[in-house]
Design a protein around this ligand. Structure first.
Ligand code: ADP
Length: 630
């Protein structure tokens, strides 16, 4: 490579095959010997001819010397120094024999003729060595040109004023200009180079470090542009002075375009994915207050993408009921530099509500300023689905309650029938007391008081039944667990009697209140009582006992337990009891326990079932007291 910059070195790879024989190769050695012999013989013939010509023309020794020298130079162009040296020696003998007196004898005047012959010999050897050196330089240069032409990369050499001095075949192929077109031109004008940095900066780096690489845009002969990955190296002369720059480069236009396309398609896919998943992304630079939104984020907030996003703009959209909470959150996370994960609502200009789930990670930029990056998920559809599911569950629970009431109808009829017959009996007695000659008004008063009290009792039962059957939205209020159990006992006591079951109540007094929906909790206990009664249907002579207990456990939870002496739970069913539609009863729907569990969990509690040590099973619900629930 260095010979491109005016020096030649290295071996002689471009010598014809016959002349660079590896010693090991016998065939090549013979061919080489043959060639050298041929050249030598040709040289001898040429010397003979020159001698004959000189004798014919009657030339003196000086004339013959010149012609011999020409022959020697020509032969040295063809072969090695050894052949030329040998021919020089032969020429000396020929000069002595044919041209130095006495002629045709190998005799001479040492003093007069010897210096001339030695001068001739030295001159011929020097010329031969020089010719050989020049020839080798040329061959090395051609060899390097050939090698540089083999590479697909462009290799261009320019001097310090930018004039092209070398242009390889790769450059010809890429740019469409031949070596002849290019050499001598100013490279940057010729290729209309566009630099990634100011040229002075690039030159500065090149001079300082001896190298530069970067991407350049060049214009080809046909006017199209190419992006070239270019590597520059500075060449210095023996004194360290820069004297040329070698630029090698390769065409990366296709790669860059493919990358560009990939980038575009990734950006498009990302935008598309955000759109499909209704998830936008954002960045928030706390120090400057700048907020960066993806296209989808603008869509979620229903702001024009041209709008300059700020925290205030976001707060404007936040639902008024969530605004104070969001402000507190923003203050908190900016103070503590914490990640956050929050759900809040937006109130849109058309009055609709959107539910968002926002997750963000706190990070610091190079200068330590706080930034948040995160995702905004529009979960409105999920929330609506959850709401619908909740409504469906509430309705299912109501329907189940009504079904249970159907099962309790005999007991209910009895409960309502008893006060009614008492009312009738009291009414008749009233009439009798009034029909006396002297109406017994104090008796009448006592009967009417009784009628009113029985009427109230019947009214209360009807009210309870109506409440259970009503389509009310769940409403939580402070409740006494034992009160709720008592309500259930009134509604189910007849059913208990019908099943010939002994009911035992172990109700704690003075329990702390819990926060709950009365109707829903009644429903849970009714369900557990009815299941307990049914489990004892096949008890035969075995005792039929149902115990309902309320208490506060060691953790402070309020517990209601319904224990029976029925069949107990089959071990293989224990894991599925609370699954919807699991039933072992011929006409069972299998949703009672699943509703019970969802009601208890909605109250922040837990439900479990286990077999008793003796007969039967115990179902237990534990609920947090009002204090904890709040
Ligand atoms: P269903 O009463 O319609 O079967 P539930 O969800 O109330 O639906 O009960 C599911 C199943 O749990 C019952 O079929 C029964 O196998 C079992 N199970 C419920 N309560 C008891 C109990 N007290 N004793 C034994 N098994 C019970």
């Amino acid at each position: 490579m260095s010979s491109l910059f005016g020096q030649a070195n290295g071996d002689d790879p471009k010598v014809p095959p016959a002349r660079r024989m590896p010693r090991s190769n016998m065939k090549d050695r013979i061919a080489r010997l043959r060639y050298v012999t041929l050249v030598f013989l040709s040289g001898c013939v040429a010397l003979g001819l020159v001698t004959w010509l000189c004798l014919e023309l009657g030339l003196e020794a000086v004339g013959a010397e010149s012609l011999y020298l020409i022959v020697i130079v020509l032969v040295s162009l063809l072969d090695s120094f050894a052949v030329s040296a040998l021919l020089s020696l032969i020429s000396v003998f020929c000069l002595d024999f044919f041209f130095i007196k006495p002629i045709f004898k190998f005799q001479m005047q040492f003093k007069d003729d010897m210096p001339a012959l030695i001068t001739f010999l030295i001159a011929s050897l020097a010329v031969t060595a020089l010719v050989r050196h020049i020839r080798k330089l040329g061959e090395a240069q051609s060899e390097q040109d050939l090698l540089l032409d083999l590479t697909h990369d462009t290799v261009i050499v320019r001097d310090m004023i930018g004039e092209i001095t070398y242009w390889n075949r790769g450059a010809e192929e890429l740019y469409g200009w031949t070596k002849r077109d290019a050499v001598g031109k100013n490279i940057h004008d010729f290729l209309r180079t566009r630099f990634p940095l100011p040229l002075v900066d690039i030159t500065d780096t090149l001079v300082r470090t001896g190298r530069w690489d970067g991407e350049l845009i060049h214009t080809k002969r046909d006017g199209t542009e190419v992006i070239v990955a270019s590597r520059w190296s500075l060449q210095r002369d023996a004194n360290g002075k820069p004297h040329a720059t070698l630029e090698s480069g390769n065409d990366i236009t296709a790669r860059r375009r493919a990358e560009e396309l990939l980038k575009q398609s990734q950006a498009t896919s990302l935008a598309e994915a955000q759109k499909l998943s209704r998830t936008g992304s954002f960045g928030w630079d706390v120090a400057s207050g700048e907020v960066f939104w993806s296209e989808e984020s603008f869509r979620i907030f229903e702001y024009d993408p041209g709008v300059h996003a700020t925290v205030d703009l976001i707060i404007q959209r936040v639902h008024p009921d969530d605004r104070a909470r969001m402000r507190r959150l923003i203050d908190f996370v900016t103070d503590t530099r914490q990640d956050f994960d929050v759900e809040h609502r937006l109130l849109m200009p058309d009055g609709s509500t959107k539910h968002l789930h926002v997750v963000a990670r706190a990070a610091s930029d190079e200068s330590g300023d706080l930034r948040f990056v995160g995702a905004i998920m529009d979960v409105t559809a999920t929330k609506q689905a959850e709401q619908q599911l909740h409504e469906a569950q509430t309705e299912l629970a109501r329907v189940t309650r009504v079904t249970t009431l159907g099962e309790l109808s005999a007991s209910i009829a009895h409960e309502v029938g008893q006060p009614l017959s008492a009312i009738v009996t009291n009414g008749e007695a009233c009439l009798r007391w009034l029909g006396r000659e002297t109406p017994q008004l104090d008796e009448v008063q006592s009967c009417v008081t009784s009628i009113i009290s029985e009427g109230r009792r019947a009214g209360e039962i009807v009210h309870r039944i109506r409440t259970l059957a009503k389509r009310d939205t769940p409403a939580k209020m402070p409740l006494d667990l034992s009160d709720v159990i008592n309500d259930v006992v009134i509604l189910t006591q007849r059913e208990v009697l019908n099943h010939q079951v002994a009911l035992r109540l172990k109700l704690a007094t003075g329990l702390p209140p819990l926060l709950g929906d009365r109707v829903q909790l009644q429903q849970v206990i009714i369900n557990l009582v009815m299941n307990g009664l049914q489990s004892m249907n096949a008890n035969g002579n075995a005792p039929r006992e149902l115990t309902i207990e309320s208490r506060q456990d060691d953790d402070g939870h309020l517990v209601v337990e319904v224990q029976d002496t029925g069949t107990g739970i089959e071990p293989e069913n224990s894991k599925r009891l609370f699954d919807a539609f699991f039933s072992t009863k011929p006409n069972g729907m299998g949703i009672g326990l699943s509703i019970c569990r969802s009601i208890i969990e909605a109250h922040g509690g837990r439900m479990r079932a286990s077999n008793n040590a003796g007969r039967g099973a115990t179902f237990q619900c534990s609920l947090p007291p009002l204090q904890d629930a709040a």
